[in-house]
Design a protein around this ligand. Structure first.
Ligand SMILES: NC(=O)C1=CN([C@@H]2O[C@H](COP(=O)(O)OP(=O)(O)OC[C@H]3O[C@@H](n4cnc5c(N)ncnc54)[C@H](O)[C@@H]3O)[C@@H](O)[C@H]2O)C=CC1
Ligand SMILES: CC(=O)C(=O)O
Length: 377
């Protein structure tokens, strides 16, 4: 199979879908890899590195997109939709629930759209989302600390305080991978940390993990309102897999925060969980102020630490990518239930329930589509 790896064109997206090590792995299985000129530079990989690994460097994005499978990092942006063609296997983050136009383009063009973020193991974990959630969770606190500084519009609070002065109050909504990694950083910096989740078992685990160094709270609108009011840094870290993020923090709650407080909504890639976040921000213009509160809503946070992120991401994406290339997506999905859950769109059908629901498509199960093609899952 021919694998195409385009250069990412989203604002400050420095990650790349494959490393030279990944090229070697695909070549070993007799696949051909086309990498767009300069695609790896932001992650520290030169065209020569890719050529040495056996890739063909291609200068035209159009040609790279004509490959049988395109491996990317971020969801395509509008100027890339024109490259879609029937039967193209697109393997990348897609976040379709808040993206009606992209969903329509994939459906209309009958692309086989495999979303990293919905590949799910039987134990409910999301192995292709986890490493980027680790990165973004850790970043959320270092970013929050930066924007709490006066020159960056913040109220001038130091995360750990100093002897005789209270540390910052950090409130994290969602205690999954992002939330736990944010908590590790915030606790490490000496902040007072509160973490809220609807899953009480998860709060039990966090309580054990942090040994009294943070406070856990059941997530409900009362507890969220009380916590938000006192937060210097609020981190949004909720997820309902594949679905639009629930809006948990209202405009009224944000108005109760002190001026110069900071909100980092990591869940913005699924539409965001905070009512006052009215647009996705970018690495080049990452914040805006509303009701005196600094808002940060970058949907590709790991793109700013691309070397770490590309290595962490491709560690987990390439093994599934090789299964798809070796067996074809139908057999790979049949033999690997986790991978089957990643298929969001196929043959013009939406095969992920939350995405179909978000945009008013009829949901057709992946099993159903593959059965019609005589592949039993
Ligand atoms: N902006 C960015 O660059 C990035 C964003 N993300 C996003 O961060 C979000 C979180 O991802 P993960 O931590 O990996 O998900 P996860 O599934 O590990 O954790 C989500 C947590 O939210 C909790 N939750 C669900 N509903 C809740 C509610 N009403 N109140 C409180 N908690 C609730 C769940 O119980 C779960 O513990 C996702 O949208 C993910 O796509 C991840 C990486 C990068
Ligand atoms: C998960 C995601 O949205 C990212 O890594 O950019």
């Amino acid at each position: 199979m021919i694998i195409g790896v385009p250069k990412e064109i989203k604002n400050n997206e420095n990650r790349v879908g494959i490393t030279p090590a990944g090229v070697v792995a695909f070549k070993k299985c007799n696949h051909e890899v086309w990498v767009e000129t300069g695609a790896g530079l932001g992650s520290g990989f030169t065209d020569q590195d890719y050529m040495d690994a056996g890739a063909v460097i291609v200068s035209s994005a159009k040609k790279v997109w004509s490959a049988q499978m395109v491996i990317k990092v971020k969801e395509p942006i509008a100027e890339e939709y024109g490259y879609f063609y029937e039967g193209l296997i697109l393997y990348t983050y897609l976040h379709l629930a808040p993206e009606p136009e992209l969903t329509k383009a994939l459906v209309d063009k009958k692309v086989v759209a495999i979303a990293y973020e919905t590949i799910q193991l039987d134990n409910k974990t999301l192995p292709l989302l986890t490493p980027m959630s680790e990165v973004a969770g850790r970043m959320s606190v270092q970013i929050g600390a930066r924007f709490l500084e006066n020159p960056n519009g913040g109220k001038g609070v130091l995360m750990g305080g100093v002897p005789g002065v209270s540390p910052a109050e950090v409130v994290i909504i969602g205690g999954g991978i992002v939330g736990t990694n944010a908590a590790k950083m915030a606790v490490g910096m000496g902040a007072n940390v509160t973490i809220l989740d609807v899953n009480i078992d998860r709060l039990r685990q966090l309580d054990d993990m942090f040994q009294g160094r943070l406070k856990t709270l059941a997530s409900n609108s009362y507890n969220i309102a009380e916590s938000v009011k006192k937060a210097d840094l609020l981190v949004g870290a909720v997820l309902i897999p594949g679905a639009r993020a629930p809006q948990l923090v209202t405009e009224e709650m944000i108005k109760t925060m002190n001026p110069g407080s900071v909100v980092v909504d990591v869940a913005i890639d699924q539409g965001g969980s905070i009512a006052t976040i009215d647009h996705i921000t970018t690495h080049s213009d990452p914040t805006y102020v509303k009701y005196g509160v600094v808002h940060y809503a970058v949907a590709n946070m790991p793109g700013a630490v691309a070397r770490t992120s590309t290595l962490a991401l491709t560690n987990v994406t390439i093994p599934y990518g090789i299964q798809i290339a070796n067996k074809g997506y139908k057999l790979a999905a049949k033999e690997n239930r986790a991978l089957a859950k990643g298929i969001n769109v196929i043959d013009g059908y939406v095969t992920y329930h939350a995405v179909a629901e978000a945009h008013g498509y009829s949901y057709v199960s992946i099993e159903n589509v593959l059965e019609r093609q005589n592949v039993t899952v």
